[in-house]
Design a protein. Structure first.
Length: 552
């Protein structure tokens, strides 16, 4: 088999590239190990806790015992299905903050400033604000990725935003517009009551063209001859076979699997490759390094009025919700229930938000288990820019074996200080007048958890990943020894090979990573096609005028 471009991974970035490359008339083969995304568990927004806990859709990765979290092994779900993690995530849509991309550009990823990436966010978006207000001039309206807002009818969802304002924080009509900082409505990749994944937005339209084909198989390694990538080896139906690329091979297999495939192909830290008897093609010590993630904690409160979603959390009501959704694509099942958001700064002197909130009008875990009390609600809260860094390494040279993942979560003192701030600032928000008619006792951490040591113990035992791993094939200047790809996503030291997914992030962006991952695919497609980038847009983002002296 042969095509102009062979893409490994039908996830957020891979689907976008398959769409744009085939749209340009190039032949594309996209290789995905996972299967179909058909069925209500993926397509119904309210069922989001199911697919990421199902072996059918998830690679099932876990970290090594995390030394700063008491040896806990942390779940690291990655989508093993068409659409990748966009088919199993929480559907929250966050571009990141403008200054995230200024950091990228200044750290060696030239051409990736906010002015450079904003046109690509607009190109991919078809934004529907649902009458909740927003900034149309900052958003796209004709792209393949539909983005909408939930109905926001629950009184707790409204109380969260009002309480934030009462606590002195700004409001924002559109955190994906000019002003991220503040409290306001969430955007989601949901349209007409169903998940709008990268598979729905990009892959299915691409596959309708006769020059784009999907093949199911496990990528074993890139075939490299004389320093040039010429194809890939895949395992399909228990047999190895080759797929050849006339022009380029592109890895878009996730921040976990892209570095794994590079290392299996002989591209990575030389001493690590030698240890696993892998011939060295390019000594790139940054492959698998720079692993980052967002952690979050759930601050859970009892509700003293029957206004939370807890009334739906029984088998009868779940059946009714599912039935209504199946026939009408409406009702509780049509929302991911993350309908109010906030981005705030934890202290004066921090230029842009370093804390994110997801508000949920029920106290529950990502696995779908709920708090033992009756009605309840919670805020997911966590810092945005942890200094902790981990790695992805090989466990063996067998492509079937899972990689070794070590995040080194909470390895800096700043991480502990940040989480104490997160908890205390959240308690202050829940103590505002807007919540007085609803709030009961604190479920967790609980009112008797107050000192630094007590908050640290709670964090150590209860902090969870937000499932935003990135950074393991860092984009940067070619003279930076830790860079893996250059600013056009080309692997340094190997011709005709690129990586384009969340692994190329120099540093993690604010918020959820699906939107910037798709943007990577959109912009990389223009680099691959050797097109001039879209014209830069010099829109000025809002920065708190007194950020140097005030926390809010």
């Amino acid at each position: 088999m042969r095509a102009d471009y062979v893409i490994v991974g039908a996830g957020s970035a891979g689907c976008a590239m398959a769409y744009r490359l085939s749209e340009a008339g190039k032949s594309v083969i996209i290789v995905e190990f996972g299967g179909t995304d058909a069925g209500p568990f993926i397509q119904m927004p309210a069922a989001l806790s199911y697919p990421m806990n199902m072996k059918r859709y998830d690679w099932g990765y876990y970290s090594e015992p995390e030394p700063y979290l008491g040896g806990r092994r942390m779940a690291t779900p990655r989508g093993k299905v068409i659409g990748g993690s966009s088919s199993i995530n929480g559907m929250v849509y966050v571009r990141g903050h403008a200054l995230d991309y200024e950091f990228w550009s200044e750290s060696g990823a030239s051409g990736w400033s906010y002015a450079d990436v904003l046109p690509y966010f607009k190109r991919m978006e078809c934004w529907h604000d649902g009458g909740h207000g927003g900034e149309q001039s900052w958003r796209g309206s004709t792209g393949p990725l539909h983005i909408s807002r939930g109905p926001r009818k629950n009184p707790l969802t409204k109380a969260f935003v009002e309480a934030g304002h009462q606590a002195g924080y700004p409001l924002t009509a559109d955190y994906n517009g000019s002003q991220q900082e503040g409290f306001g409505p969430f955007d989601a990749t949901i349209w007409n009551g169903r998940r709008w994944s990268a598979a729905t937005a990009y892959l299915r339209p691409a596959l309708k063209r006769n020059n784009c084909h999907l093949i199911h198989g496990l990528a074993e390694r890139v075939i490299i001859e004389n320093g040039r990538a010429i194809g890939i080896r895949i395992l399909r139906d228990k047999k190895s076979e080759s797929i050849f690329a006339n022009k380029e091979v592109i890895l878009a297999a996730s921040s976990i699997n892209s570095p794994k495939i590079l290392m299996l192909s002989g591209i990575g830290p030389a001493n690590h490759l030698v240890k696993h008897d892998i011939p060295i093609v390019a000594n790139r010590p940054g492959v698998g390094q720079n692993l980052q993630d967002h952690l979050e904690i759930y601050i859970q409160m009892e509700a003293i009025q029957p206004v939370s979603l807890s009334k739906y959390w029984n088998i009868v009501m779940k059946g009714l919700i599912g039935t209504q959704w199946l026939f009408t694509k409406k009702g509780v099942g049509a929302s991911n229930q993350f309908e109010s958001a906030a981005f705030i700064r934890s202290a004066a002197g921090i230029e842009y938000p370093d804390i994110q909130y997801h508000f949920l009008p029920i106290a529950m875990q990502y696995d779908g288990s709920t708090a033992s009390v009756g009605h309840s609600f919670q805020a997911h809260v966590g810092p945005m820019r942890s200094p902790s860094r981990g790695f992805v390494k090989l466990n063996s040279n067998n492509p079937i074996h899972d990689p070794k993942i070590q995040f080194n979560y909470m390895s800096h003192e700043k991480d502990w200080k940040d989480f104490r701030n997160c908890i205390r600032l959240t308690r202050e928000i829940f103590a505002q007048k807007a919540f007085q008619p609803f709030v009961g006792k604190e479920i967790q951490p609980s009112a008797d958890c107050q000192s630094d040591d007590e908050l640290d113990d709670f964090t150590r035992n209860n902090v969870e990943s937000a499932y935003h791993p990135c950074g393991t094939c860092k984009m940067g200047a070619i003279n930076d020894p830790m860079s893996v790809v250059d600013p056009k996503c080309s692997v340094i030291g190997v011709e005709r090979l690129r990586v384009a997914d969340s692994s190329v992030f120099p540093r993690i962006t604010n918020g959820n990573l699906n939107a910037p991952s798709i943007m990577i695919g959109e912009k990389a497609a223009d680099h691959i096609l050797q097109r001039a980038p879209l014209p830069a847009e010099n829109s000025e983002p809002w920065i708190h005028p007194s950020w140097e002296t005030d926390q809010r």
